[in-house]
Each structure stands twice: as structure tokens, then as C-alpha cells.
Design a protein around this ligand. Sequence first.
Ligand SMILES: NC(=O)c1ccc[n+]([C@@H]2O[C@H](COP(=O)([O-])OP(=O)(O)OC[C@H]3O[C@@H](n4cnc5c(N)ncnc54)[C@H](OP(=O)(O)O)[C@@H]3O)[C@@H](O)[C@H]2O)c1
Length: 389
Amino acid sequence: MKGLSILGSTGSIGTNVLRIVDAFPGRFRVVGLAAGGNVERLARQVARHRPQVVSVSTPGAREALGRLVDLSGIRVGLGEAGMVEVATYPEARMVVAAAVGAVGLVPTYRALEAGKDVALANKETLVMAGELMLAQSRARGGRLLPIDSEHCALHQCLDGKPPADVRRLVLTASGGPFRNRPRDTFDRITPDEALAHPTWAMGRKITVDSATLMNKGLEVIEARWLFGIDAERIEILIHPQSVVHSMVELVDGTVLAQLGVTDMRLPIQYALSYPERWEAAIPGMDFTKAMTLEFAPPDRERFPCLDLAAAAIRAGGSAPAVLNAANEEAVAAFLDGRVPFTAIPESIREVLEAHPPAAVAGLGDVLAADDWARRRVQEALQRGAAARV
Ligand SMILES: NC(=O)c1ccc[n+]([C@@H]2O[C@H](COP(=O)([O-])OP(=O)(O)OC[C@H]3O[C@@H](n4cnc5c(N)ncnc54)[C@H](OP(=O)(O)O)[C@@H]3O)[C@@H](O)[C@H]2O)c1
């Protein structure tokens, strides 16, 4: 039985991880669960799996959890320290990093430092500190296995091929809900419209990232670190059907693609069972019905987040952490109805342009850049809001 700790167990990925655990009785023992504030869902998970350690984000959430479920014999942590305890718990052999955003950085890093295998959904952590995370993985021997469907596809197509055999990686993108929407209407996009993703059901932040295409920009950075391929050799292709999850072109011109249904349980199971393959209860592709697959280059003018992410990785050092923090804050402001959709790329651009990229020698440098960017982007968002009144 593989000991499993799940950071972000109450989210879209976290709940699908637990569905995989349930689908393979006897394979996993859930030893740790970390969540934010959804104590009702966490209480159900605790009752079912009886982990040894759990964590929530606030004292109020901890009290509420204690009223909902018997916590005897379970260590209950709080905030970042609690998440780190879940991530480094001795009996966890694998940690699933499925919290959303920068909150996952320190716990995921500590898991790698403790030599754990990490199944990674929380791409923001790799965007912020890819070089540091990879160094920990190499130094301590814990594997970093992607859960993102695109990176899972690349992992399978690459299958250990050396970077020298690879001409380019091609990340596919659904294009999101605004693929065909005229640019001059973008300032009227509502949160509900942005949250209506055409092919995937996901958490709110990644769904908005998919609507701005920042998600694909973040994924380029994620792929750059996971596979050691320069960002210049990672391309993006709009593929509205989300059937081809990504492709690898080899130096001889051969293109390898991975196809599958749009169900996150597939890449999650791949990461959890790697290097084995287990028979899945998920229906496969239906090739008895005619199907059309479309591919088109992205429109970088309508979706400027792609170029912002490319600029951040070119600048290097602290710039990707700044990109990520500014994006997190801008997306939250848009979802709160404080700023229009178009303020997301505008404010990120302003903050990135004001940031002199600094070298990153440790987590402290990353967190300092994150903190600086959050303050700067709030100023930019407020200035923008004041100008629109
Ligand atoms: N969903 C997908 O299909 C998908 C696909 C590829 C990659 N990803 C990536 O996977 C990650 C998770 O995405 P998601 O869609 O699962 O997001 P989600 O549904 O919003 O879930 C986020 C999880 O993070 C937890 N969390 C939030 N703030 C926290 C805090 N301060 N302390 C501790 N935990 C906190 C939430 O806990 P509470 O709900 O209890 O507050 C929840 O468990 C993201 O990085 C995303 O980019 C997701």
C-alpha cells in the first residue's frame, strides 16, 4: 500500500485523486489530507479515509472540522506549517500537490526535500520556483510526475527520450470559451462567462486562466522545467476538441501524440500508478462515431497572456514568480467583480515591466518576488479601477 498525502484534497483534482484511491482498493493508504476552508467535504474525506494528519487554513476551520468529524488520533495542523506537516509526513511515499496557487509552494518544495515522489497538479509552484524544485528532486531522488493532462501526454510521448532527440514540444489548448469572441467585447466578459469552460470542469482559478490562455503560458514554463526543453522549442496549438492532449516532434520529423477522453482521472491515475499501468474503469475513446480534429495557431493579440508568460521565462530569475503572483491577484479581482477581464493582462504587463528580474538562490528570493508583485499589482488594479470611474 502506497502512503499518500494530498494537498488540496477538497478541490477538483483532490476529489478526483480520492476517486482513483477508491477505484483501486488495497493500492493506497491515505495518510494526510490538507485543505483550505471546505470543512464539510474534508470531514467526509476524513471519516472515510481516517488519515493520520490533516490540515486546514484557519483556526475557525479547525474548530468547525472538529464539530463535524471525530478527530481522535489524528494530528490537525494549520496553515502553511500544517500543509508542510502533511507534505512531509514520514508515512507518505507520494504527495499529490493539488492546492491552487502559491500556497502550495513551500509544502511541495518540502515534500521534494524530504525525498517524496510528487504528483504535481499545482503548476504555479513550478512556475515560481522550477529550478529549485528540480534541483531538490534530483538531489533527494523524489520523482516529479505531472498531473496536468498536457504534461502527462508529453511525459508519455517522451518516455525517457533525451532532449537532443526532440525538435519541439506542442502543447494543445482548447482555446477556452472566448476562442471566437471579438476582442472589442472582452471588456464586457463576466465571471460567469469566463467560468463556462467548453471542455473541462475545473476549479475557478484555472478556469479563468484557461479563458485568458494564461494557463497555457504557465504550462509552457511548467514543461520547460519538467522536460528540460527551452521555452523557444515549446509551441502552443489551439485544438478545440481537447482530444489530443499534446505532442512531441522528434528531430527526424516524427510527431508523437497522446489522445484520450477529457477526464482528469486518466492523467491522475497515470501519475499515481507510474511506472505501472492499471486497467481503468473510465470509458475509452469512441472511434465508432465520426470525429473532426481541428488545430490552429493561437491569436496572441487577443490573448496577450501568452506573450507575457513568454517574456517572463525569457527574463528568467524572479520574473516567472512575479508573473504568477500578479496573475493570481488579478484573477481574484476579476472573479470578485472588482475589475474587467481585460485588466488581467494589462495589470500583469504593468507589474512585469516594472520588475527588474533578480537571481533566485532559494525559496526566500521567490517569496520576496511573490510578495512584491502582489502589492504592485493591487496598486495597478486600483489605479485602473479609479481611471474607469
Ligand atoms: N482541475 C483540473 O482539471 C486541473 C487540471 C490541471 C491542473 N490543475 C491544477 O491543479 C491545481 C488545483 O486545481 P483545482 O481545479 O483542483 O482547484 P480547486 O478546485 O479550486 O481546488 C483548490 C484546492 O486548494 C485548496 N486551497 C485553496 N486555498 C488554500 C489554502 N490557503 N490553504 C490550503 N489549501 C488551500 C482548496 O481547499 P478548500 O476548497 O478546502 O478551500 C482546494 O482543496 C491548480 O494549480 C490547477 O492549475 C487543475
